[in-house]
Ligand binder design. Structure first.
Ligand code: NAP
Length: 494
């Protein structure tokens, strides 16, 4: 083993060791009440990194007790104080960016450069909501008949359960924790079982930033239903915010009906990316490469269906294949790596199944097309498929991997029909040099967001969310805090 490999190994071990491997309940770090633990795996080696507590129903009740006990005091805290805690946490995250990025890469797999971007993106939600905490507005108006006044105020919803996915282990947390803290809600956070370490590190930082005990409670578990069942049955819980797949989201909406919880659902996507006849080809290739390959294709916003005007299809497919085919696949911690492993064996099997299905139905792999079995871990190479039939399973399901299926179209009507033919509606991308055409797509694509000549839409300053079965509610922007506030109207006699 070379000195540098050994040094890197030590650094990796140190960042993992530094994370508290415990549940956070009422300000106390502690093991699961029944002592159970589960192993967290490094997807680039398929080897365990460490073990974390495997929380069950008793821990869920304890976390609920802590969140409920802290709620009134927290709601009464000055908005500026809540904002300052977020601001300090923002600064601490930025200071520790390198180490947090390495930790994230170890548990999730993405290249360290992408983890660094996510850490900053995650921190920005805290900065954004530190500024929103002091701008919670109400209203005052004279009743139309002049008799009395209409007073509208906003109050924190109350204790919230926040469930996050593995693909953006920190940002999907801060996008919920930021507005919940700003609004004055206490919370129980359940990170995905594959990526608990980034959330535990984040919770420690929030404590260092001054977040009072009990406001944020964290439960790591491999048995999610044992947490969500008792919590959604508990009348003290008032809100459930979930980011994850549409299937699990549906189940959680059903559970939320028991106590008629406020819900925010950031669910799956099946993004169309449309390259119009008048598109700037290089811009479109660049945009498609980012929209497809960001996060190894494991993003709800990933371009899942690439529709290209027939006249541009050959040139576009060739350029995209060249670009994706030259990307360096490897362990996310290795310098120069652009494509890391997929999250686990199930993720890899799904991508493999979808590619095989498309190829057997007539698609052609221009680059890639089979898992990389020459190494441990869950690696799939960047893949571009041409001539994908419109009924291929990969155009219906989220691929969640580095596979770009290209389908051709004849005119805008057909592109819109194909793009809207899905139950999902998170985001779309359109490449055109025509303003008129851009406006038409912006109005007629059934999505919550649109990238117009742009392959990335995510920013804390904009409302992120979907329509149809991609979810309800918005995270970020000036409306993100509303998900954690109730409107109260007071009829005033004067
Ligand atoms: P997932 O399987 O739906 O899991 C998401 C979270 O839900 C995890 O923490 C998971 O815990 C938990 N969960 C699963 N079953 C549960 C239950 N019965 N009760 C309570 N919690 C439960 O999704 P994923 O594979 O982590 O993430 C990928 C999905 O997220 C994709 O569909 C992607 O499009 C979507 N996503 C959407 C957005 C958005 O903003 N719209 C952003 C990112 C990702 P375990 O890990 O323990 O199973």
């Amino acid at each position: 083993m070379s000195d540098s490999t050994e040094g890197n190994g030590k650094r990796e071990q140190l960042v993992v060791e530094r994370v508290p491997k415990a549940l956070l309940v009422g300000g106390r770090w502690r093991p699961a009440s029944d002592g159970r633990e589960y192993e967290v795996e490094d997807p680039s080696t398929a080897r365990p990194l460490c073990a974390v507590p495997d929380a069950g129903a008793e821990d869920a009740r304890a976390a609920m007790d802590a969140a409920a006990a802290a709620q009134d005091g927290w709601a009464a805290t000055a908005p500026r104080e809540r904002g300052e805690i977020l601001r300090r946490a923002f600064e601490l995250i930025v200071e520790r960016q390198q180490e947090l990025a390495l930790l994230m890469t170890l548990e999730m797999g993405k290249p360290v450069a992408e983890s660094r971007s996510e850490v900053l993106y995650a921190a920005e939600f805290f900065r954004w909501f530190s500024e929103e905490a002091v701008r919670i507005e109400g209203g005052w108006r004279t009743a139309p008949d002049g008799n009395g006044r209409i007073w509208v105020m906003r109050r924190p919803v109350g204790p919230a359960l926040l469930i996050t996915p593995w693909n953006f282990p920190m940002a999907m947390g801060t996008r919920k924790i930021g507005p919940a803290v700003a609004a004055g809600c206490t919370m129980i956070v359940k990170p995905a079982h594959q990526t608990p370490l980034s959330m535990l590190a984040l919770a420690e930082i929030l404590g260092q930033a001054g977040l009072p005990d009990g406001v944020l409670n964290v439960l790591t578990t491999s048995r999610p239903a044992e947490i969500s069942d008792p919590l959604t049955d508990d009348p003290r819980l008032r809100k459930l915010s979930f980011t994850g797949s549409t299937g699990v989201g549906r189940k959680l909406i059903e559970l939320s009906a028991r106590q008629v919880l406020r819900t925010s659902m950031e669910l799956g996507g099946n993004a169309p990316l449309i390259v119009c006849r008048d598109a700037d080809l290089e811009k479109a290739v660049e945009g498609a490469a980012i929209a497809k390959m960001r996060n190894i294709g494991e993003a709800c916003t990933a371009a899942n269906r690439i529709y290209v005007h027939r006249e541009l299809a050959e040139a576009f497919t060739g350029r995209l294949a060249e670009k994706l085919g030259s990307m360096v696949v490897g362990r996310g911690t290795e310098p120069g790596t652009q494509v890391g492993p997929l999250i686990d064996g199930a993720g890899l099997d799904k991508v493999d199944r979808l590619v095989r299905d498309a190829v057997s139905a007539g698609a052609r792999a221009v680059t890639g097309g089979a898992p990389l079995s020459d190494r441990p871990g869950y690696f799939y190479p960047p893949t571009v498929l041409a001539d994908v039939p419109t009924d291929a399973a990969m155009l219906r399901e989220e691929i969640f991997g580095p596979v770009a299926p290209v389908v051709t179209f004849e005119d805008d009507d057909e592109a819109l029909r194909l793009a809207n033919d899905t139950e999902f509606g998170l985001v779309g991308y359109v490449f055109t040099e025509s303003l008129r055409r851009g406006i038409r797509y912006a109005e007629e694509l059934e999505t919550g967001m649109l990238g117009l000549n742009k392959g990335v839409v995510s920013t804390p300053a904009a409302p992120f969310g979907g329509v149809k079965q991609s979810g309800t509610g918005r995270e970020g922007g000036s409306v993100g805090i509303d998900e954690y506030l109730e409107i109260k109207y007071v009829a005033v006699d004067v």
